[in-house]
Design a protein around this ligand. Structure first.
Ligand code: S3P
Length: 432
């Protein structure tokens, strides 16, 4: 499926983007492993989260829904999962595969994890290594999926993460629930802490210091009611669009603003964006706000590397913002972007170049020269966030933008075309 987006227009009104993907995965996982019922509202019904739901159903967990963001999970307790009869298919989802690997490593049964072409190219050694150090028995295709996981008895470890990755941190903490003794993870920079917050919400004791979390195996999780805020990573496309399109004024409701996720707000604000947070509140252990964004003139900046992990999923949108800014924007210490759903440095550089923007690529980032977007055809390489970012770029292009390979938008934001049109983007979906 392709998008054909007409140039120009403005984004106006108010809208609520779907639930946070990271929090939705974790709600399903902890709900399944808890004792009693977990009821979720605001769940993201994207393909990635549906893969996690299907995996737990395949392991004997009864799950009602999802319906309009509602889900009821009948938790089986930490020891209640049953052996799946077939490989668990994580689709396009790195979060599903890495977090499930953590859960499955400590089960008394064998299982296997697989995924689509993109997921089979992504590095899994980063979870296999620490899990093996805990006693897990995992085989892979040279550090890539499919993964075969044999049942094993785990022991705690004290693990220093070699990269800033919330997925790896979470996989180890989940395995730690099954391990004898204490499991600690230490990260080189702050990454999203939804697992830590939700584990505590489910009544699990966690010792936390800055950049470090520890837990003792053998406890229990208690089923909870969970309200999932709107996903700031999905809101980002609208922050981008309303900033770059003249005469825009948009209100995004109920967005999660966990400080480990708000790097994009800081980066866009430093570039000159007009973004205001109102109605700040806390919902289910996560900070939430309404976000107002209005058109602004952007300036290129040198993006501080400390903000990279805090905006890790937002770089496709930030690259487009940089293309619309005056002057140069430098991204560095962002090599992790090369191992996302696509190589986001290479794919964004190629896409922007085909729209007439000068981009110099480096191993760990890029230098983007602000300019004017012509229009033309870009290949998203099946990367949802790249497809949505280029759709917004049309608000400032001279000619239409055609975007190839957009079906994976359904992994994180199935209602994107609808909501974007409602806000004022002239987007058509085309089946070639
Ligand atoms: C996620 C962590 C990040 C992020 C991904 C979701 C999570 O990945 O890019 O979209 O839910 O924990 P890494 O841990 O690989 O940085």
């Amino acid at each position: 499926m392709q998008y054909l987006v007409q140039p120009g227009g403005a984004l106006r009104g108010r809208l609520r983007v779907p639930g946070d993907k990271s929090i939705s995965h974790r709600a399903v996982i902890l709900g399944a492993l808890a004792e009693g019922v977990t009821e979720v509202r605001g769940l993201l019904e994207g393909a990635d989260v549906l893969a996690t739901i299907a995996a737990f159903r395949a392991m004997g967990v009864e799950i009602e829904g999802p319906r309009e963001g509602w889900l009821r999970i009948h938790g089986v307790g930490l020891r209640g999962l049953q052996a799946p009869q077939a490989p668990l298919d994580c689709g396009n989802s790195g979060t599903a595969m890495r977090l499930l690997a953590g859960v499955l490593a400590g089960q008394p049964f064998a299982s296997s994890l697989t995924g689509d072409e993109s997921l089979q190219r992504r590095p899994m050694g980063r979870v296999i290594d620490p899990l093996q150090a805990m006693g897990a028995r995992i085989t892979s295709k040279e550090g890539r999926a499919p993964l075969q996981i044999e049942g094993a008895t785990l022991h705690g470890i004290d693990y220093v993460l070699p990269m800033a990755s919330a997925q790896v941190k979470s996989a180890i903490l989940l395995a730690g629930l099954y391990a004898e003794g204490r499991t600690c993870v230490q990260e080189p920079a702050p990454t999203r802490d939804h697992s830590e917050r939700m584990l505590r919400g489910f009544g699990y004791t966690l010792e936390q210091e800055p950049l470090r979390a520890c837990l003792q195996g053998g406890g229990a999780l208690q089923g909870q009611a969970i309200d999932v805020p709107a996903d700031i990573s999905s809101a980002t496309f609208f922050l981008l669009g309303a900033t770059i399109a003249p005469d825009s004024d948009l209100l995004l409701e109920n967005v999660g603003i966990n400080p480990t996720r708000t790097g994009v707000i800081e980066i866009l604000t430093r570039m000159g964006a007009r973004i205001d947070l109102t109605q700040l509140r806390e919902v289910g252990g996560e900070p939430v706000a309404d976000i107002r964004v209005r058109s602004a003139k952007l300036q290129g900046i040198d993006i501080p590397p400390r903000l990279v992990p805090l905006a890790i999923d937002e770089f496709p949108a930030i690259f487009v913002a940089a293309a619309c800014a005056e002057g140069q924007t430098r991204v560095r210490e962002a090599a992790e972007l090369r191992v996302k759903e696509s190589d986001r440095i290479a794919v964004m550089a190629a896409g922007l170049r085909s729209l007439g923007i000068k981009v110099e690529e480096s191993a760990d980032g890029a230098l983007i020269h602000g300019g004017s977007l012509t229009g033309g055809t870009v290949d998203s390489h099946g990367d949802h966030r790249i497809a949505m970012s280029f759709a917004m770029a049309a608000l400032r292009s001279q000619e239409p933008i055609q975007i190839l390979d957009c079906e994976n938008v359904a992994t994180s934001f199935p209602t994107f075309p609808e909501l974007a049109r409602q806000a004022g983007l002239d987007l058509a979906q085309v089946n070639p």
